[in-house]
Design a protein around this ligand. Structure first.
Ligand SMILES: *Cc1c(COP(=O)(O)O)cnc(C)c1O
Length: 379
């Protein structure tokens, strides 16, 4: 492979790995390992950019990159998982728009991804049919829905990966949304900084920066994914004035330890990506082997909070058909009278008197007056 070609995102996409034979150019696979992949191959789509395959440990079957990207027979043994745990099918006022909150929507603008993640929330509802951008008519109807609903002030472009569209198609959507007076913020959800960092080009950044305020949330799940290439992609976006956030998924054997998560969050801060969410892995088809007990996530957050910068601590949430629900550990231990009893990051107990709200008749002098009256009446 020639180095120059590898820097071209279109080359990366054209040369995605979709067979065990191609995979063997990158990693060593034992016959049972090949069988595990083969057995699951027909069930959920898989494809991997040569770049992302290059991050795999050639000799370790438990490599966290392999686990996120390779089909595995375990995916067939999940009798609890459902195809659409968020009931997104029932939250579509028009096709492509998912609305759970009055003031913001998710807008699925395409169903292609650079890498098909094993833990993808939409692996059954979005993929499997043909890889394609959605039709311009459908996208236009989505934009019209946003235009007609004045309460929507934040539009989150997702899919699929919106950045797999051409710059021109992205601009068509972003420009039209930007023009709508009540749309205050546009957000892009894209895993390309992690799985296809070559996608972040000067041309793309020049185009996006015309449409501020524009935010981008990406998804790194393991420190091994932070490479010179992904660092460069994030720096380019940051330099275009785009605030970057990260949404990780907590997954067994991949990042469900304090050590890995702390390293990931610190590394993200170093490349100017703010950890935003840590998702509890959904009860989603074919993910039983990736799900962890909720206690695991809470323990991890407890070991980050206070132990590293607050900026590096993501919010631990569960996404549900009713929206995202925080699963954060609790630092309020209880009440003693009006006081709040709190627990510090390192386990000390703090008791905080609870300020009383002043009613409009109250004045700040009143407590002195009260004390004075008391002295007079007892004296
Ligand atoms: C996650 C999500 C959003 C954005 O949620 P924030 O908590 O604001 O990041 C909006 N709409 C849908 C349907 C979502 O799933």
């Amino acid at each position: 492979m020639d180095k120059k070609q590898q820097k071209d995102w279109k080359w990366q996409l054209k040369n995605r790995i979709t067979t065990i034979g191609q995979l063997e150019d990158f990693i060593n696979l034992s016959p049972p390992e090949k069988e595990r992949i083969g057995a699951a191959s027909g069930r959920f789509e898989w494809a991997i950019t040569p770049y992302y395959a290059g991050l795999m440990d050639p000799d370790n079957p438990d490599c966290p990159i392999r686990k996120q990207a390779l089909a595995d027979v375990e995916e067939l043994h999940d009798n609890l998982g459902v195809p659409d745990p968020l009931d997104e099918g029932k939250h579509q006022p028009v096709e492509l728009i998912i609305q759970v909150y009055p003031d913001r929507v998710a807008f699925c603008v395409g169903n292609r991804c650079a890498v098909y993640c094993r833990h993808c929330l939409r692996k059954e509802t979005m993929f499997g049919e043909e890889d394609a951008d959605f039709s311009q008519e459908k996208i236009q109807r989505g934009i019209e829905y946003v235009r007609e609903n004045n309460d929507i002030r934040d539009v989150l472009l997702t899919g699929g990966d919106p950045l797999l569209m051409s710059d021109e198609r992205i601009e068509n959507v972003v420009c039209q949304l930007h023009e709508i007076p009540h749309v205050e913020v546009i957000r892009i959800g894209s895993r390309t900084p992690c799985t296809l960092p070559q996608r972040i080009t000067d041309e793309l950044c020049e185009m996006l920066k015309k449409y501020h305020p524009l935010y981008l949330n990406t998804q790194f799940n393991h420190p091994r994914e932070i490479t010179p290439e992904s660092e460069r992609a994030c720096a380019m976006l940051a330099e275009a004035g785009i605030p970057l956030g990260n949404q990780s998924v907590l997954m067994a054997g991949i990042n469900d330890s304090v050590e890995v998560m702390k390293k990931l969050c610190r590394e993200l801060m170093r490349i100017r990506v703010r950890p935003y969410y840590l998702y509890q892995c959904q009860i989603l088809s074919g993910t039983r082997h990736l799900r962890t007990p909720i206690e695991r996530g809470r323990e991890i957050i407890e070991q980050l909070q206070g132990y590293t910068s607050g900026l590096a601590v993501p919010k631990y949430v569960l996404d549900t058909p009713y929206g995202k629900i925080p699963l954060s550990p609790n630092y309020v231990v209880g009440r003693e009278g009006d006081d709040f009893v709190l627990k510090s990051w390192d386990g000390k107990v703090w008791r905080e008197p609870n300020p009383v709200e002043l009613s409009h008749e109250d004045t700040v002098e009143e407590p002195q007056l009260k004390a004075c009256r008391q002295r007079c009446s007892t004296g």
